[in-house]
Ligand binder design. Structure first.
Ligand SMILES: NC(=O)c1ccc[n+]([C@@H]2O[C@H](COP(=O)([O-])OP(=O)(O)OC[C@H]3O[C@@H](n4cnc5c(N)ncnc54)[C@H](OP(=O)(O)O)[C@@H]3O)[C@@H](O)[C@H]2O)c1
Length: 287
């Protein structure tokens, strides 16, 4: 795909991978519609995009809200007459012992990390179908290696990304022949502010790769119509972890627990709360 005159929506564009992807797409010639909640950061990103493509802009909003997610796509089409690329990248981390998470908190993560991607995709497909003769469209979903090898305390985050994996793999099958291509990007540890949003000293402290590496792979996957890309590619640590998770899951469970142990006291506390009839993660609120 040639990026010139293409219209690309990038979610989570105020920082990290989304920001790098928005800037790279603009640099490659695409008109970018950047979105996230922090408007001051978006203003800066869309101004930097406009250096390359003068119509690039931003639309600020909360993707946990279905109406906004759908509006984002409709407003893009209203402004530019088309949507060629949709990068579903926005997400929040959740790194918390399971017993401390409420169903409502888990639902919020699913809404932002997975459902927003489903809502924008469903809104974009009809427009992309109508563009079949002028290139169709590409939907890029940014997942996480945490759905392949799930660290302790990351069950809900991994579930949201696992849903995204299944959704994207299904899209790839179901959209065959439509002119719409689906891409699944699976980043390993990337150096972005997402790590600062995790309140845990013991969270992963190993090597992290630059966000630009993921942005480059996203553009390559769009241009070359690749389907599933783990970033970094052919990385020994990720390849080994994936293999072990498949053939020796019990060993991987021990490994992840060494990094973030599930303390026996937590289980005892959770059991004591259960005896009192309390719900998960809600302190002393009754069931
Ligand atoms: N960094 C890593 O190690 C890593 C590894 C694997 C996968 N990933 C995935 O890569 C993607 C990008 O993450 P990142 O590392 O670049 O993290 P990041 O810098 O924290 O970026 C997350 C983006 O999502 C936006 N966002 C969060 N909640 C939102 C909401 N309710 N509505 C709209 N936008 C929202 C944030 O903007 P606002 O706060 O301004 O709304 C921000 O732009 C995510 O899907 C993440 O799961 C990251």
């Amino acid at each position: 795909m040639n990026f010139h005159a293409k219209v690309a929506v990038v979610t989570g564009a105020s920082s990290g991978i989304g920001r790098a992807t928005a800037l790279s797409l603009a640099q490659a010639g695409a008109t970018v519609v950047a979105t996230a909640r922090r408007e001051n950061l978006l203003e800066e990103v869309s101004a930097a995009c406009r250096v390359h493509t003068q119509d690039s802009c931003h639309i600020a909003g909360d993707l946990a809200d279905k109406t906004f997610a759908e509006h984002l796509v409709e407003e893009t089409v209203r402004r530019f007459g088309r949507i060629d690329i949709l990068v579903n990248n926005a997400a929040v981390p959740m790194h918390h012992p399971l017993y401390e998470i409420s169903a409502e908190q888990a639902e919020d993560v699913m809404r932002i990390n997975f459902l927003s991607c489903l809502w924008t995709t469903f809104a974009a497909i009809p427009h992309m179908l109508l563009q079949a003769e002028s290139g169709g469209g590409v939907i890029v979903n940014v997942s996480s290696f945490a759905a392949t090898v799930v660290p302790t305390y990351e069950t809900i985050y991994a579930a949201s990304k696992g849903a995204m994996n299944g959704f994207t793999r299904g899209l790839w099958n179901d959209l065959a022949g439509s002119g719409i291509h689906a891409v699944l990007i699976i980043p390993g540890p990337i150096d972005t502010e997402i790590w600062d949003k995790v309140e845990d000293e013991n969270a992963y402290r190993g090597k992290k790769f630059p966000a630009q590496l993921v942005a480059d792979e996203i553009l390559l996957a769009i241009a070359e119509r690749r389907f599933e890309v783990t970033v970094p590619r052919r990385n020994l640590q990720l390849v080994t972890a994936r293999l072990f998770a498949t053939v020796l899951p019990a060993l991987v469970r021990k490994g992840v627990a060494r990094m973030n142990p599930v303390k026996p006291q937590w289980v005892r506390d959770a059991r004591a709360r259960a005896r009192k009839g309390l719900r998960m993660g809600l302190g002393d609120r009754p069931r």
